[in-house]
Design a protein around this ligand. Sequence first.
Ligand SMILES: *Cc1c(COP(=O)(O)O)cnc(C)c1O
Length: 350
Amino acid sequence: MNVPLVAASNYRPGGDRYYGRTDVSETIEAFEELLGGLEDGPAVAFSSGMAAVAAVLSLVPVGGEIALPGDCYQGVTQAVAAGAGAGRWRARVVPTSAVDEWRGAIDQCDLVWLESPTNPLLEVLDLDVLCTPRPGRRALIAVDNTFATPLAQRPLELGADLVVHSATKFIGGHSDLLAGAVVARDLALAGSLREHRALAGSVPGVLEAFLALRGARTLALRLGRGQESATVLADRLAGSPWVTRVRYPGRSDHATAEAAQRQLAGPGALLSFDTIGGVDEVETFLSALRVVTVATSLGGVESTAERRAALAGQEHLPPTLVRLSVGCEHVEDLWDDMVQAAATAFTTHG
Ligand SMILES: *Cc1c(COP(=O)(O)O)cnc(C)c1O
């Protein structure tokens, strides 16, 4: 029933493998086959999501231009800014819903980086419109599909060139591995990414590939459960006096509800909310949580919450915004936990 965990860095002559950095083991290949099957393209696995990001960025020629959304995974924002600061390329930040600006970027830039839903505002970009092939398109279009997963959206089908995953999140699903992947629209692009991986040395560990395969088996169950609970929690939070705003793609009051409805097969297991009071009250709320774990990262079986504005480069966020990754706990345990923490933190506000 299981793919063998083949740990090997070196090979005897006579087989079809030479060295583990250039010819990955069959455990890693099995993970690539699985993700490639889900996204419908050749997949290349990496040692982390950011290693996958670095591989895509390596495709940009020196002096080229990269467009990326204003709300974006903070590691990507930092990596693109660092390259721009070093004179490696130019960076263009585009507001998530500015379709005409995105079109301009697609015609003028070398790489257009799309993330949808975005982290952590959960805005849904119009991938239908942006990825559709049309004359004048110049840029490679990469879509970070970590939040949606291939179960909710498959960007290659819409016309994207590259799909990027942090398998550390929903695909692995148990907060016990770091891994990433890029799925390419064709073998030539996948070949360039493999070449980069061999020279950068960003091959995933074989145990990580094994664990990612194990995690992926329950992706649909975990995501289904998380999204069911997230739907309940988003509505209850929206009706709570200590919450000023809920951002959840499944709610009709969401900023990009129409695109979410049209594009995503499910609203997902992530939501963000802003609270009354200030940073001190939210921090009190977070430290009073006992079922929800206050930690970074997302997509695990355990629910995690984090005040994202505390991170470097996230100054565009409301200071009280809490990002909640809804895991597999019982929804009433999660809700009771948030209610008791709110009672501790927001009492003076009624
Ligand atoms: C976590 C994350 C990454 C980076 O992945 P790592 O596995 O942490 O390197 C990239 N994009 C998104 C959307 C993420 O959430």
